[in-house]
Design a protein around this ligand. Structure first.
Ligand SMILES: [Zn+2]
Length: 318
């Protein structure tokens, strides 16, 4: 019944719609600090539903067939953003078993021991041996249980996100010190892990070097971030990297029309945003829509995907 509904909303050919899934991390087991986050068992279940209801294609092939009007009914592609190590260690084997392709958009500057500032705060709070985290600048946070740690991490992120990048990095170091923790160096992939992902047949996509919000930095720096990120991934895997994902990806807020032109000018074939919905033939392939279904229940998940497909197509992004 769900498949019939999805076929009506997402037929084959010129009226086809392309659903693109976006995820970030897949934990090996449920994360007590963020119980709603994706983990291996839930990912297996989710891919089971996707395999039943969708025809999963590699994203680059799906984009070509969207333009040609040759997509199958219920076409979908799977993507992951940022370059977490669990994408290789947890997600890739599950995808292989399910026989599904995925494209991994990787911020090249965090490979080999780096991490994004927000993850630095989360891991500092997660690993702290203290019952109370006392920071001179950001306040006092009880860490008595996982719920308290979740709240502490989210409140720290909220305060620190408005700082300039260099101050933000310093704030993460200060919080880790106050928390009596050392930060992990294996949260993101190593260069060798990216190569391995590529050798397994998965897609590697560009996602800038340091994950800046493009709309907030000068255009010349945006160009440098986008092209240098792509170039280092191409050197690493020895192959062309034809796809790009805008950091954070909300049209008009995280990226602007000039960034869409920039990505096209730099020679990419297509780019993905994080606006919900599914793309149709004639939509801008440099602003493909993506969606994260969050339901853990089969029927709700199916209905959520149908609702995502039923959103109006061809509505302008930026
Ligand atoms: Zn990202």
């Amino acid at each position: 019944m769900i498949r019939t509904g999805l076929s009506i909303l997402s037929p084959q050919g010129a009226r086809a719609r392309l659903s693109v899934f976006i995820w970030h991390r897949v934990a090996p087991s449920p994360d007590p600090m963020f119980p709603g986050e994706l983990h291996a068992e839930r990912f297996v279940r989710t891919l089971g539903w996707i395999g039943r209801w969708f025809n999963v294609l590699p994203l680059d092939e799906a984009v070509r067939r969207l333009s040609d009007g040759t997509l199958p009914a219920r076409a979908a592609a799977i993507t992951f953003d940022d370059g977490y190590a669990d994408n290789l260690t947890v997600a890739a084997p599950i995808l292989k078993t399910a026989g599904m392709h995925a494209t991994f958009f990787i911020a090249s500057g965090y490979l080999d021991g780096g991490r994004m500032w927000n993850d630095g705060l989360i891991e500092a709070v997660r690993r702290s041996p203290l019952d109370v985290l006392d920071t001179p600048q950001w306040g006092r946070f009880p860490l008595g249980d996982w719920r308290a740690r979740e709240t502490a991490a989210l409140r720290l992120i909220d305060q620190i996100k408005y700082l300039e990048p260099a101050e933000r990095e310093q704030a993460v170091i200060d919080v880790a010190r106050a928390a009596h923790t050392t930060l992990p160096t294996d949260l993101m992939m190593s260069s060798a892990q990216v190569t391995q992902l590529h050798r397994l047949g998965f897609g590697i996509g560009a996602h800038t070097v340091s994950h800046p919000i493009l709309a907030k930095i000068p255009l010349a720096r945006a160009r440098e971030e986008i092209s240098a990120g792509r170039d280092s991934l191409e050197r690493l895997i020895g192959a062309r990297v034809p796809l790009f994902a805008y950091p954070n990806g909300k049209p008009g807020r995280d990226y602007l029309p000039e960034h869409v032109s920039l990505v096209r000018e730099l020679g990419f074939d297509a780019a993905v945003a994080t606006a919900w919905g599914a793309s149709a033939q004639g939509d801008d392939v440099f602003q493909l829509r993506r969606f994260t279904p969050w339901d853990a229940d089969r029927l709700r998940f199916g209905i959520r995907m149908a609702q995502n497909l039923a959103q109006p197509a061809r509505e302008a992004l930026v």
